[in-house]
Design a protein around this ligand. Structure first.
Ligand SMILES: Nc1nc2c(ncn2[C@@H]2O[C@H](COP(=O)(O)OP(=O)(O)O)[C@@H](O)[C@H]2O)c(=O)[nH]1
Ligand SMILES: [Mg+2]
Length: 351
């Protein structure tokens, strides 16, 4: 099911790790991490020298797909894939794939489709421009300019019609997530930044348990499981917050994340290995997002994860005195996981 990819990334360790987590969320296995100085420049979006090196690595390791952790324009994408003779996607396409995998509600699915079209439109237009200048064959559109213009028109029409449909579904949001998921019981959702440790916590809490079976369920969401020994408590790993998400993707993100509004308890997983300023910035951004999608604060439990590598600059007074319930854990070492588990059971029984 998972496909090997080569992850081409610029920047530091943090950027690289985040890209790795994102690739994994989308179902890829980053088999090769290929570091470059910059992405997005030149005719291929990476330097000629690097492209040659990459092509050799792809062949040597038998990797059939490339992920560029940056943004390439249509021309660069065309030049790069032609040169590598390998399919390539950029970061925004990757994010779209993650949302498409996670979108459950009709509204989220429409929002993701809309974002996909908005991603496509400027790229198609750029292809038109380049082919008119004769810089690039219009191959993908077949017989020429008339077809291309029709294609652009059709994307615009689809965008209009999706906008209308989205308005209609969000006007009647009577939709019940639990019904859709066929879950009867207490549902806990994990939310937080990519890399904060959601999946590690999910795996630890559900160790030994298999994904919940039953066809409609499994196909809808592979990331929801029963807690071991607890017939009626479910936990779900949700789409993570992503840094620097382009404006046109925000609605798709929010409506995909909105599945947590149907949860009985939301665990906000925070990473205490970052410094004070970064911690507070992410914390406030998370709370803002919760407010925007309609998660009420009384069902949020703040999980301070990575306590084993807690940043010394992060003082105890970081605790913004907002009265939120909190627990310190390390999903890696297992520290306080039993305390967390007891808290979850407590919440479930006092619901
Ligand atoms: N040191 C330490 N690392 C952790 C802890 N929890 C998760 N990690 C690491 O943080 C990275 C991201 O974790 P992951 O669960 O994939 O994050 P997600 O993107 O929120 O699902 C992985 O390399 C984990 O091994 C922890 O408590 N301590
Ligand atoms: Mg994860």
């Amino acid at each position: 099911m998972s496909q090997d990819i080569a992850l081409v990334t610029d920047g530091n360790e943090f950027i690289r790790d985040e890209a790795k987590e994102l690739a994994i969320s989308a179902g890829y296995v980053p088999k090769l991490i290929f570091q470059v100085k910059r992405t997005g420049l030149g005719r291929m979006g990476i330097s000629e020298g690097k492209a040659i090196e990459l092509k050799a690595e792809l062949a040597a390791q038998n990797i059939g797909k490339v992920l560029i952790n940056g943004m390439l324009n249509a021309g660069q994408m065309f030049n790069l894939t032609s040169f590598l003779e390998t399919e390539a996607i950029d970061r925004q396409k990757l994010i779209l794939e993650i949302f498409a995998k996670r979108a459950i509600t009709p509204e989220a699915k429409l929002q993701v489709r809309l974002a996909e079209l908005k991603y496509q439109l400027p790229r198609v237009k750029e292809n038109v421009r380049l082919s008119k200048k004769g810089e690039q064959p219009a191959g993908m559109f077949g017989s020429g300019r008339y077809d291309i213009d029709k294609y652009v028109m059709s994307i615009k029409e689809q965008i209009n019609s999706l906008n209308k449909k989205i308005k209609a579904v969000s006007d009647r949001r009577s939709f019940q997530m639990k019904e859709r998921l066929k879950v009867k019981g207490f549902v806990i959702s994990l939310a937080g930044y990519t890399g904060s440790g959601k999946t590690t916590i999910f795996n630890r809490l559900t160790a030994e348990t298999k994904p919940v079976t039953g066809r409609p369920f499994t196909t809808l969401s592979p990331t929801i499981r029963r807690l071991p020994g607890k017939e009626d408590i479910f936990i779900s790993d949700t789409v993570g917050f992503i840094e620097g998400i382009p404006h046109y993707l925000v609605e798709a993100f929010k409506s995909t994340l909105a599945e947590i509004t149907y949860a009985d308890l939301v665990l906000l997983v925070t990473d205490v290995s970052v410094d004070q300023r970064e911690f507070i910035r992410r914390y406030n951004a998370s709370m803002k997002t919760f407010t925007e999608i309609g998660v009420s604060m009384d069902k949020v439990l703040v999980v301070e994860n990575k306590y084993d590598i807690s940043n010394p600059s992060l003082s105890e007074e970081r605790m913004i005195r907002d009265g939120m319930a909190r627990v310190k854990i390390s999903a890696k070492t297992g520290y306080n996981m039993n305390v967390l588990m007891n808290m979850l059971e407590g919440f479930a029984h006092n619901r």
